[in-house]
Design a protein around this ligand. Structure first.
Ligand code: PMP
Length: 774
């Protein structure tokens, strides 16, 4: 640590104009008129040379010795080299070729003197700042931090009272405050700083920072953009985020809407340098500490230099007002708001009400969940957060299979996006590695992979391949299956067939529902009787014959069913006997969800001819795949190009590979088995208390709670199911419904779901089931 006299405790230089003019002439060879400019601890003059050029002459406080001046000067050179677009002053050499000169002052002290280029622009007041100016301020603060990233100087390790990290040293200054309320307020800020910020600061990224990004030190041009950043006198090695905290505190104080105005400042900053979570978490405390410093140091300095009082005290009432407004909303709320603002959205953030209106107009056919749609802005693990930063337990989404925003997937996607994002007609490792990786997880016959963009597309391709390979034209699906939205897969969606409009090439079999279906668990041979429907369905296809049966092994859209393995074994045998193929659609149940391995068909003892993967495959990045027996592809004409532009692009493949890695490394399939069994048990216990629950079904973390109006008649209770998910949404637990009558609560969370999350869900369900009977 370099010891240096505190420049704030040292009287600013006060050279006579003539003396300054003389130095200018003797040391820099410039003959000019000088006009004094304001300065807190240095003496500054505007220099208007006879030839029209304009400079700034800076006589530094002697507390800033030669080494400090040297540091500042090299920092300016460094910034200009790294990012020449940042508007900082450039030094002009002395006639002797140096970067500065020194002169003895009338008080006998030695003053460093420098001549700089003069930056155009004007200083402004807090209230005159437009949102654009605030944004630009934030952006330039971040750019400056970036430019200084690689800068080092031994003198940067010094202490200055203004530096936020030294806030605890303000305590003795509080004695200078006459106002007891203000003293208490500052004590609270410092107490909180000691408790929260001080222990965390050493862990934040640190570098040489400007240290005083305040309104006095930044100039704006006519276009409301920053045209100058001056005064590097407070530079020191400190946490990077302190520059943003100073900017918010010192630039926005004096505005009634200081807190609101912090958002564009943060937006501008994070548009260049995203903040780490730890930095975002402390931002409000650092702002408060900076405001406290302003109030405390002012009280102390006014006592020291009464003649400088108007200058010293100018910002103090505004700093106090800002502190009051922080107290009014509460520092915890401000912390949340800042944290939220730090997570910059790549688009304009809208108010929920108007967003809903705009969405209904612009996307009239895009369905939305819940009567009060949730306006979500981010997710993490099993949690989703809305625009007000309220969190919701996600018990519904299988796409974020390894948890929302899993850092490994995010990293894989961003790194690959940065490197290469093309289509798959070039040679690239990712798609090959993905295909090889997938086939090793599947039975050996399933050896050829097609990577596409959605489950619909994969099923659509499966259908084409099935027809080509079998020379037949008929398909079988379960009665309430869903396999996609393309024209071909929509035909496989019986729920949307209008009466009498069954596509002639598709026939259904009843899903093996042992609870409410035609054959029940208590019926002799019920499984075989369901399987025997395959022949009936094939007959209904007539002469076109059976090309394929598509089946979701967890029967998710049919209400989440778990028949014994013998059902799919027998159905598969019958399909094959009829010359058809079996397509296992793992879009819902795959990627470890059912707990026993990656793919749900594996526990059913079948080997499908094709497997469709989708939704969870990229944890939110669109990627899907069809895995087939390669000999089936031999029947697809050579000239048919099985290619889609985005399918298998390197970014999608990087996401898919990262998902497979995480599932494996974090043991998510066994977590699904473990937490799923725990949750299932809890649901069964709930069922004992709630007559509304007819049955609990499912495997792993794909569970269904079948609601009934009456335990005996088993009439589906669709209304109560809808009420239950609406009520759960109000309790910040997100669920869905499924099944023919939409009476089955669908529980399908990210696989990082833990027992504590299951407990929370069970508590909420306990409440909402009690109140959702009608
Ligand atoms: N198959 C199943 C079993 C599905 O649940 C879905 C989507 N819900 C699809 C296919 C279609 O997938 P996508 O929406 O990605 O086209």
């Amino acid at each position: 640590m370099v010891l240096r006299p505190d420049p704030l405790a040292s009287r600013p230089p006060a050279l006579e104009l003539e003396a300054a003019q003389r130095i200018l002439r003797d040391a820099f060879g410039v003959e000019a008129a000088l006009a004094p400019l304001a300065g807190e601890r240095d003496q500054n003059f505007r220099v208007d040379a006879a030839d029209g050029r304009r400079f700034l002459l800076k006589i530094s406080n002697p507390a800033d010795g030669a080494s400090i001046v040297e540091m500042q000067t090299s920092a300016l050179r460094h910034i200009a080299q790294v990012d020449p677009g940042i508007p900082v002053m450039r030094t002009l050499p002395t006639t002797a070729g140096g970067q500065w000169t020194q002169t003895p002052g009338p008080d006998g002290r030695i003053y460093p003197v420098r001549l700089f280029t003069f930056l155009p622009g004007r200083v402004t007041t807090a209230v005159a700042l437009t949102t654009q100016m605030i944004w630009s301020f934030g952006e330039n603060t971040a750019r400056l931090g970036r430019a200084l990233r690689g800068f080092f100087h031994p003198c940067a390790d010094y202490e200055i009272l203004w530096g936020i990290k030294h806030a605890p040293k303000l305590r003795p200054l509080l004695a200078h405050l006459d106002d007891a309320r203000c003293r208490t307020q500052l004590e609270q800020v410092l107490d909180r700083f000691d408790a929260r910020a001080a222990p965390a600061l050493p862990g934040l990224r640190a570098q040489v920072i400007h240290g005083d990004m305040s309104l006095d030190n930044v100039l704006f041009d006519e276009d409301s953009l920053v045209s100058g950043i001056v005064d590097f006198g407070d530079m020191s090695h400190a946490p990077l985020v302190c520059d943003l905290a100073v900017a918010i505190a010192d630039v926005l104080h004096g505005r009634d809407d200081a807190i609101e105005a912090a958002e564009p400042m943060i937006d501008g900053y994070v548009s260049v340098t995203p903040l780490d979570d730890d930095e975002a978490e402390l931002l409000a405390d650092l702002v408060a500490a900076r405001l406290a410093a302003e109030v405390a140091v002012t009280a102390w300095r006014v006592g020291l230099f009464p003649e400088n009082a108007p200058y010293s005290a100018s910002g103090e009432p505004a700093a106090r007002a800002f502190l009051d407004s922080i107290d009014a909303i509460g520092i915890d709320t401000l912390t949340r708001r800042f944290r939220h603002a730090c997570r910059r959205l790549p688009y304009r953030r809208a108010a929920t009400g108007s967003l809903l209106q705009r969405r209904r107009l612009a996307l009239p056919r895009s369905p939305l969940f819940y009567q009060r749609p949730a306006h979500l802005v981010r997710g993490q693990g099993v949690w989703l957060f809305d625009a007000d930063d309220r969190r919701y337990l996600d018990c519904y989404n299988n796409v974020p299979v390894v948890g929302h925003s899993h850092p490994r997937v995010v990293r894989a996607v961003t790194q690959q996006q940065r490197l290469l994002a093309t289509h798959s007609r070039y040679l690239h490792e990712a798609i090959v590695e993905l295909a090889e990786r997938l086939t090793t997880t599947l039975p050996s016959g399933l050896d050829a992979v097609l990577v596409v963009n959605s489950g619909s597309e994969a099923n659509d391709l499966a259908w084409r391949i099935a027809q080509a390979a079998t020379g037949r034209g008929g398909a079988i699906v379960t009665a309430h299956a869903y396999h996609g939205l393309t024209e071909a897969t929509h035909a496989l969606y019986p729920e949307e067939w209008a009466p009498l409009e069954r596509p002639a090439h598709v026939a259904t079999v009843p899903a093996p529902d042992g609870y409410r279906g035609a054959y029940r668990r208590e019926d002799e041979g019920w499984v075989e009787r369901y399987a025997a429907h395959v022949e009936d369905a094939a007959r209904a296809l007539g002469d076109r014959g059976l090309a394929a049966m598509f089946v979701d092994p967890a029967f998710t859209a049919d209400g989440i069913l778990t028949p014994p393995a013998s059902y799919l074994e027998q159905a598969t045998r019958r399909v094959r006997a009829l010359g058809g193929l079996v397509v296992a659609d793992e879009v819902q149940a795959g990627h470890g969800r059912c707990g026993a391995g990656l793919w749900s068909f594996q526990a059913q003892g079948i080997e499908p001819d094709m497997v469709v993967l989708g939704k969870p495959m990229g944890n939110g990045f669109p990627v899907a795949a069809l895995v087939v027996r390669s000999e089936l592809l031999d029947h697809v004409p050579e000239e048919t190009e099985l290619f889609s532009t985005f399918g298998g692009n390197p970014v999608a493949c990087a996401a898919a590979l990262a998902v497979l890695d995480v599932i494996e490394d974090e043991g998510l399939a066994s977590n699904a088995a473990d937490v799923g069994a725990y949750l299932r048990l809890g649901l069964v216990k709930l069922a004992e208390r709630h007559g509304l629950v007819g049955e609990v079904r499912g495997e792993g973390l794909l569970l269904g709670v079948d609601l009934v109006n009456d335990q005996v008649t088993r009439i589906p209770a669709a209304g109560p199911a809808r009420n239950a998910i609406e009520a759960a949404r109000e309790r910040h637990v997100l669920l869905g419904v499924t099944g023919r009558a939409l009476n089955v609560l669908k529980i399908r969370p990210p696989l990082v779901f833990q027992r504590e999350h299951a407990d929370l869900l069970l508590d909420v369900l306990d409440d909402v089931l009690a109140s959702s009977v009608r």
